[in-house]
Design a protein around this ligand. Structure first.
Ligand SMILES: Nc1ncnc2c1ncn2[C@@H]1O[C@H](COP(=O)(O)OP(=O)(O)OP(=O)(O)O)[C@@H](O)[C@H]1O
Length: 700
């Protein structure tokens, strides 16, 4: 069965065909089936939930439906209630439940059952208490070696956000329109803490004015709304208290590592601020924010950023006639570190503008933002946020202890340099830190050589052997390569693998940072729309990007670290969707490094309760693979597998050396004849252009 041809039957190109048995649909993320966003809920206290047993099998339809790869949630957008829709009003307010707080024991039990661990990493000593009694000091002092566990009120339902935490009605309605039924674990643990710390932590002294938060939660577990909803609500509450209606002031910044993620968050933010009067804006090149010492000019249009990704092509055009745009109407800014830092440091040398109105700084994918790659830029922005009431939060699915230490130290030194009391720091961990989501299948495939990878990929696309009972990789899927060159080469190699009747080469694309912004945005749009089926990319799409219906991820080249594996694999199985698959190829050269990946897989499978044949990494393999030394780990993280960076091994091609040489000679002959013709023309014109633009030929 050719899955690519079968899929084409579901598209508009040929919608009539049917597939007997419909086995191509099955239980896949793209079939838009029921999601189960809570990953770790014990149904009965103390008993591990079996995700597979619980959910009734999806009925396999007889006829393959129209392809809707990115079919979102299982719930349609609620329609306005009849009475109100007539008046043109929005309806569907979430059900408000009576305020009810759980006892400390109940909180602990619920948190445990959802694998939520909340730890107090820092709390300021309360001097007056220390003076009065030495015993009291013991209560508030946080010893270095033993961090106390906290038991904040968990959010059991979204309705509680109104009743217990006084969330703005408008924001609650906007959230309700997203169709989410139950909060995910990270939402349970973080939203009460960030919206009303005085309520969520009423049992704790000294935390009622808010905490800084380090949140480590699985990929696709809804961290975006976990930080956006409290941020929006806190801005609205502050403005209501100060009777500042109808104003705009930059109060929150979300830093993310890539522009794709920035636009995605702008779009989610725009859904959540509808009707609140707040503006969520994505930072762009040449944009000037109303910062201190900066005049506020004419504001940008109200419609700007409504659909951030869609407006890219026009922006490119606008950027060309680069008249800097002063943006005064922005309340929440989403940016990559460099874009904002460029603005902050533009102007006279050695000066940096400050952002005194910012009260909320959010680092999404914090571990990568604080990694040496982005560290300086991120810390530059952090320093520019000079408001003494600044609240910080750090979010990721992976967070090394070095990042935690860095955060702790920076928070302490900031407080000291501004002579302000340091805010308490709390860490929230969902499940086991630094592991992949438990609801996806992992496969580690040995391909021996680079050539073997191409064969294995084709075999995955079109399994020929009936003995291979493993599920094929079904479009849409993402393919990760180590370098940009390899991504483009793989696209070239695969573009004729998709049958013409299924859309041919238009179904496959490569996205990487070497492409212009508009091209990147266009590819993203097409992939989301289901027009592109195979998207080959580098680590630029490994983090944060949410494609609800991606069925699989292929690590064509081994990822550079365990964290990179967790994030790449996490592009499938979003919001608890079952059926996603993460495949990793490895060659002889990768053997010294691959145990890093194997360990993550083994740990994730242990969490999911998969053993024996069910497991993607067998115990014998784990034992056989060599441990990865510290030096090798570092090298791999910084440069990837060295031999894949240049020379023959960096190429991806199914052609033999003989064929490549032949092609090289043929192209050389064509170019040579073109050159000779040019030279003749130039001589005739009296202007010889020897040397310039000479073709250098292919490396063989
Ligand atoms: N409570 C919920 N119920 C169902 N779906 C949800 C819920 N909250 C968020 N989602 C959906 O889950 C998906 C993943 O959310 P999001 O992108 O915020 O994940 P994330 O935790 O930031 O992932 P990553 O670590 O990869 O960045 C989104 O499509 C979002 O709409």
């Amino acid at each position: 069965m050719d899955i690519l041809k079968v899929l084409s039957r579901g598209t508009k190109k040929s919608a009539k065909s049917s597939l007997s048995g419909g086995s191509a649909v099955g239980k896949l993320p793209s079939s838009g089936t029921k999601t189960n966003p809570q990953l770790y809920h014990d149904e009965v206290r103390g008993h591990k939930r079996k995700r597979d047993v619980e959910e009734p099998e999806n009925k396999i339809p007889e006829v393959l439906p129209e392809v809707d790869f990115f079919a979102p949630k299982d719930v349609a957008e609620p329609k306005p209630a009849k009475a109100e829709s007539k008046k043109g009003k929005r309806a569907a307010s979430p059900v408000v439940e009576a305020a009810k707080l759980l006892s400390a024991d109940e909180c602990r039990q619920l948190l445990r059952s959802h694998r939520l661990k909340v730890t107090l990493l820092y709390k300021r000593e309360e001097q007056h208490k220390v003076k009065k009694s030495k015993k009291k000091k013991a209560v508030v002092e946080v010893k270095k070696d033993k961090k106390p566990q906290l038991a904040p009120q968990p959010l059991e339902s979204f309705g509680q956000l109104r009743s217990t935490y006084n969330l703005s009605r408008r924001v609650a309605e906007n959230l309700s329109y997203q169709g989410y039924k139950i909060p995910t674990e990270v939402q349970m643990g973080s939203m009460p803490l960030l919206i009303r710390p005085d309520v969520a932590l009423s049992e704790e002294q000294g935390l009622e004015n808010g905490v800084d938060l380090l949140a480590v939660a699985p990929t696709g577990s809804g961290k975006t709304i976990s930080f956006l909803v409290p941020t929006i609500n806190n801005i609205m509450r502050r403005r209501a208290q100060d009777k500042l209606h109808g104003i705009h002031e930059l109060e929150a910044i979300v830093i993310v590592p890539t522009r794709e993620l920035a636009y995605q968050i702008v779009n989610v933010g725009n859904q959540l601020v509808k009707g609140t009067g707040l503006k969520v804006v994505g930072m762009r090149k040449g944009m000037i924010l109303a910062a201190e010492s900066q005049d506020i000019g004419e504001d940008s249009s109200d419609e700007e950023d409504e659909k951030a990704e869609e407006s890219d092509e026009e922006d490119e055009e606008e950027e060309k006639d680069a008249k800097p745009k002063v943006v005064s109407k922005v309340d929440i800014l989403i940016t990559t570190p460099l874009l904002l830092l460029n603005f902050l440091t533009s102007g006279s040398a050695n000066t940096q503008k400050v952002l005194p109105t910012v009260r909320n700084l959010i680092l999404d994918e914090a571990d990568v933002l604080l990694d040496p790659l982005f560290r300086e830029q991120t810390l530059g922005i952090w320093t520019a946020c000079s408001n003494p009431d600044l609240g910080l939060s750090f979010w990721s699915a992976t967070m090394g202890s070095n990042i935690e230490t860095l955060v702790t130290e920076r928070l302490a030194s900031r407080a000291e340099s501004l002579s302000i009391p340091q805010r308490p720091l709390v860490r929230l961990v969902v499940g086991l830190k630094d592991t992949a989501v438990p609801n996806i299948v992992h496969r580690l495939i040995y391909t021996a050589s680079e050539q073997g990878k191409l064969l294995a990929l084709r075999q995955l696309l079109r399994p020929t052997s009936s003995i291979d009972s493993r599920p094929p990789l079904r479009p849409p899927f993402l393919v990760f390569t180590q370098t940009i060159d390899r991504a483009t080469a793989l696209q070239e190699e695969l573009k004729y693998d998709i049958p013409l009747e299924a859309g041919g080469s238009s179904r496959i694309a490569a996205l990487h940072s070497g492409l212009p912004d508009a091209a990147r945005a266009a590819i993203m749009r097409k992939f989301r729309a289901g027009e592109i089926w195979v998207l080959i990319t580098t680590d630029v799409l490994a983090r944060g990007v949410d494609f609800a219906g991606v069925n699989g991820v292929l690590n064509y080249d081994v990822p550079g670290s365990s964290a990179a594996y967790v994030h790449r694999a996490g592009r499938t199985g979003r919001a608890g969707r079952e059926g996603g698959i993460a495949v990793t190829f490895y060659t002889k050269e990768d053997i010294p490094f691959v145990k890093t990946v194997a360990n993550v897989i083994a740990e994730s499978e242990k969490q999911a309760g998969k053993t024996g044949d069910e497991a993607g990494v067998q115990k014998w393999l784990l034992d056989a693979l060599p441990n990865v030394g510290k030096e090798d780990r570092k090298k791999l993280k910084e440069r990837g597998v060295e031999s894949r960076r240049s020379g023959n091994k960096a190429m991806i091609t199914s052609k033999s050396g003989y064929e490549r040489r032949k092609e090289h000679n043929r192209k050389g002959a064509i170019e040579g004849s073109k050159k000779r013709k040019l030279e003749v023309d130039d001589e005739e014109d009296g202007a010889k252009t020897k040397g310039d633009g000479e073709w250098g030929g292919f490396d063989d």
